[in-house]
Design a protein around this ligand. Structure first.
Ligand code: G4P
Length: 524
């Protein structure tokens, strides 16, 4: 196969959802169709058990086990599929945001009864920012849920994207009879099965045979619904989907393996192969001969005896090969890797080559940080790995004056891994750690002690958001910084950040300083 063919057949995506909507179940069924696993229930995925929320060591253990499932590659219908798993636990949302920078498209799972939930909304914001193509799977049709038209309205309104149903449910809950696939024009009758793959019938909805399958009443309703759909929604437009403006919607039940194959078949048809990537220097085309890639995630081994990490590299162009010298751009140094790993379903194995779209795992001892670029030699810096405003903030203080060097090194390395964000207050020089959840504070304290021999103490600080600021009005910017000097900080890259104490204070600042733009992420 040529380089072009290899790259064209790749589909790299993530399944995202609010916890419990069915992400793990759907992922597992996709693997089942891909022949990557043979029985349902085999994947434990990155799902963190709800019972373990207060015990982060337990969570880390599960995360450790799940390194192998961080990326699940398999072959399906002449395509190479890479599913990037995202942690289900809300406190690791920052990990999920970064993973979204490495995918070419996304499948969003929504619970038919609960509709759009908070986490879905947030993740979708990140997708919109990046114009990521999105497909939606409305799950749990085997349970009582909402009217499908109502769900579509909610999806449009809440996720701020146009939608187009490509399948349509026939009743719901105990009376659920199946779906009509509008993409393939087939009738898929529901047979609850946790393990089997259901067959679908090519079917013209006008055929009088429909009555034989689902009865007079439902046949009429289905025909009316489909007519309404064609009236309300424009025909499916693939360009709109690829531009991230239009989301095709499928209905089904992941648990019962229903509607999943239709989703997957349509997905391999319409989802994008690796796309152009922007760097500070130029746009990189995936089909270029030369290799380039960036680190989007670093997974630390929590075992203190083996302090190694795995750096996850998304190949953006060309082909990556084992034992070939590549340039680590930040170090301006050539490096080669003797044991890069590929992720195939649940296995992790040494690989010889990987193509644009693939994810490579590089064993690492502190050489990499999030956002680092590797190339065949060119000086490139990939854009689009934003930091998002944390939700929680604490001062970090040294609790063992003899170990201040260790503490500093530990903080620096943990921040490079992307565990949390560091801000330095410009007024008093104190260091502030910002996280998405409470768990990270415990993780940092534990790891500083066990990996660096340093002790830290947390002190409260009342902050609402970190905002990256910019303005074309230099005088106003200077005035703002002077007035808010106690709340100005630098992030780890030295960018200026305003730390707002409350929503009210932020609103007042926005009102009083109209020429300043306040951003909730570092890439604006
Ligand atoms: P998540 O990764 O998005 O957090 O969700 P997950 O797949 O773990 O699913 C959450 C719960 O919803 C699970 O039940 C799962 O079995 C159930 N579920 C998923 N898809 C469907 C579906 O199509 N229909 C129905 N009725 N249920 C579905 P649980 O009881 O929390 O866990 P488990 O004991 O079944 O593993």
């Amino acid at each position: 196969m040529t380089l072009k063919e290899e790259i064209q057949r790749r589909r790299t995506f993530a399944v995202i959802s609010h916890p419990d909507a069915g992400k793990t179940t759907l992922t597992e069924k996709l693997l089942l169709f891909g022949g990557a696993i043979h029985v349902a229930g085999a994947v434990k995925s990155n799902k963190i058990k709800k019972t373990a929320t207060s015990d982060w060591m337990e969570i880390e253990k599960q995360r450790g086990i799940s390194v192998a499932t961080s990326v699940m590659g398999f072959e399906y219908d002449r395509h190479k599929i890479n599913i990037l798993d995202t942690p289900g636990h809300q406190d690791f949302a920052e990990d999920t945001y970064r993973t979204l920078t490495a995918v070419d498209s996304v499948i969003v799972v929504v619970d038919a009864a609960k509709g759009v939930e908070s986490q879905t909304r947030k993740l979708m914001e990140v997708c919109r920012m990046r114009h990521t193509p999105v497909m939606i799977f409305v799950n749990k049709l085997d349970r009582e849920g909402r009217d499908p038209f109502e769900i579509l309205d909610e999806l449009e309104e809440e996720l701020k994207v146009s939608v187009r149903p490509l399948s349509w449910p026939i009743d719901i809950g105990e009376r659920f009879r199946g779906v009509y696939n509008l993409y393939r024009n087939s009738l898929d009758l529901y047979k609850p099965s946790k393990q089997m793959v259901t067959e679908s019938l090519r079917f013209d909805i006008r055929s009088p045979e429909l009555e034989n399958h689902i009865g007079d009443l439902l046949s009429k309703k289905l025909r009316d619904d489909v007519e309404l759909i064609t009236e309300i929604y424009p025909a499916f437009d693939r360009d709109g989907y690829l531009a991230g403006k239009l989301a095709p919607v499928f209905f089904g039940s992941a648990l019962n393996n229903f509607g999943v194959k239709e989703l997957l078949d349509c997905f391999v048809d319409i989802a994008p192969s690796p796309r152009e990537v922007h760097t500070e220097e130029r746009v990189v085309d995936p089909y270029e001969e030369n290799f380039s890639g960036f680190v989007f995630k670093i997974h630390a081994n929590m075992d203190p005896n083996h302090r190694s990490c795995i750096a996850f590299v998304k190949v953006c162009s060309g082909k990556f090969e084992r034992n070939v010298n590549y340039k680590h751009v930040r170090f301006n140094r050539m490096m080669k890797f003797s044991s890069p790993t590929a992720f195939m379903a649940q296995r992790k194995e040494i690989m010889d080559e990987a193509y644009a779209g693939d994810i490579v795992g590089l064993p690492d001892n502190g050489n990499f940080k999030i956002g680092d670029t590797l190339t065949s030699g060119e000086e490139l810096h990939f854009k689009g790995l934003p930091s998002f405003s944390p939700e929680m903030f604490k001062y970090i203080e040294n609790a063992d004056p003899m170990k201040s060097k260790q503490l500093q090194k530990g903080i620096e390395q943990l921040m490079d891994e992307g565990v949390a964000q560091l801000f330095t207050n410009q007024f008093n020089g104190r260091k502030i750690i910002g996280t998405v959840g409470q768990l990270q504070f415990e993780v940092i304290q534990y790891r500083l002690l066990h990996e660096y021999g340093a002790q830290c103490r947390w002190e409260p600080i009342n902050l609402y958001k970190a905002c990256w600021i910019e303005s074309d009005d230099e005088a106003q910017l200077q005035d703002f910084k002077k007035r808010k000097y106690q709340y100005m900080a630098h992030d780890k890259e030295g960018r200026e950040v305003f730390l707002a104490e409350s929503n009210y204070i932020l609103m007042m600042a926005q009102q009083d300083f109209k020429n300043i733009r306040f951003h909730f992420n570092s890439e604006f």
